[in-house]
Ligand binder design. Structure first.
Ligand SMILES: C[S@@+](CC[C@H](N)C(=O)[O-])C[C@H]1O[C@@H](n2cnc3c(N)ncnc32)[C@H](O)[C@@H]1O
Length: 261
């Protein structure tokens, strides 16, 4: 972990800065302690490991070794459309070298390779084996990467830490997608646009699980409209649309710029 990363981190469970104590980081007031495992801070408490999160973590821990191979085979035989989405959407995000970028649920960080060289990339994921693969890939390619093991509903970064926040895949597996999206908004800089890409086929069951939003779970089109309900009311310009020729939708919204009072 780089020293500047410690300054960006914040205890999401207690809302306090951290200090590093050997191979751990500690909340300055509560002294809540998290380990740094093989250089990756593990900022996960019980609150982040309930229900679907625990299940999803177990599955990704177990399949991390074959994850990239399965996705790439799926791309080749057109069972999925990850490569197309990365090429047509992620590679076109207006991200410049030197800017701070957070990818939530980054997995093995495949998206890093569609971003310009020199971006200051942070990948957050609940699965340590997925992050280890991300690190290996980045090291092999000589790319800068900072990794954090955490739950998207408790993002361990300060408010407004990132010029860009984006997400691709897995939202439907989250225990609390509403809190995850509001956390993405919290850590994004004012004026920035947050991009959330996820499978259309997953949006229907995700909304069906939520009693207040069930009526959007009838078909793909209503579900893509319904996912706008994940966006906090204080955000602007929420839009959702299917990415052509793929099974993904893009949900975007802008965090309002600060206005002088
Ligand atoms: C479908 S993969 C997508 C990975 C990557 N974004 C990509 O485009 O290849 C979903 C990822 O979400 C992670 N995940 C699932 N639940 C999570 C949670 N609550 N918080 C953070 N990551 C989570 C999984 O460990 C997995 O790596």
């Amino acid at each position: 972990m780089r020293p500047e990363t410690l300054n960006l981190l914040c205890n999401p469970y207690k809302g306090e800065p951290f200090i590093q104590v050997g191979e751990t980081i500690q909340g300055v007031a509560s002294k809540q302690t998290f380990s740094i495992r093989e250089g990756i801070p593990v900022i996960l408490a019980e609150e982040g490991l309930t229900g679907r999160n625990r299940q999803s973590k177990l599955i990704h821990d177990f399949f991390a070794f074959s994850y990239d191979a399965v996705v790439s085979l799926g791309d080749r035989i057109r069972l999925n459309s990850e490569h197309l989405v990365r090429q047509e959407y992620i590679a076109k995000l207006p991200i410049q070298p030197g800017e701070k970028v957070l990818e939530t649920a980054a997995g093995t960080a495949s998206n890093l390779f569609y971003l310009p060289e020199g971006v200051d990339y942070y990948g957050l994921d609940i699965s340590f084996p997925m992050l280890k693969r991300a690190r290996r890939k980045a090291q092999k390619a000589g790319r800068q990467i900072e990794l954090i093991q955490a739950d998207c509903a408790y993002i361990p970064f300060r408010d407004e830490a990132f010029e860009h926040v984006f997400h691709m895949g897995g939202l439907q597996f989250f225990q609390d997608p509403f809190k995850a999206v509001s956390e993405m908004a919290r850590v994004a800089k004012p004026g920035s646009t947050i991009h959330i890409l996820d499978e259309v086929s997953g949006a229907v069951p995700m909304l069906a699980r939520m009693p207040a939003h069930k009526k959007y779970a009838t078909d793909a089109e209503s579900a893509v409209e319904g996912v706008k309900r994940l966006v906090p009311f204080s955000m602007q310009a929420a839009e959702s649309k299917i990415i052509p020729n793929t099974d993904f939708y893009a949900l975007t919204f802008t965090k309002p710029s600060l206005t002088a009072s």
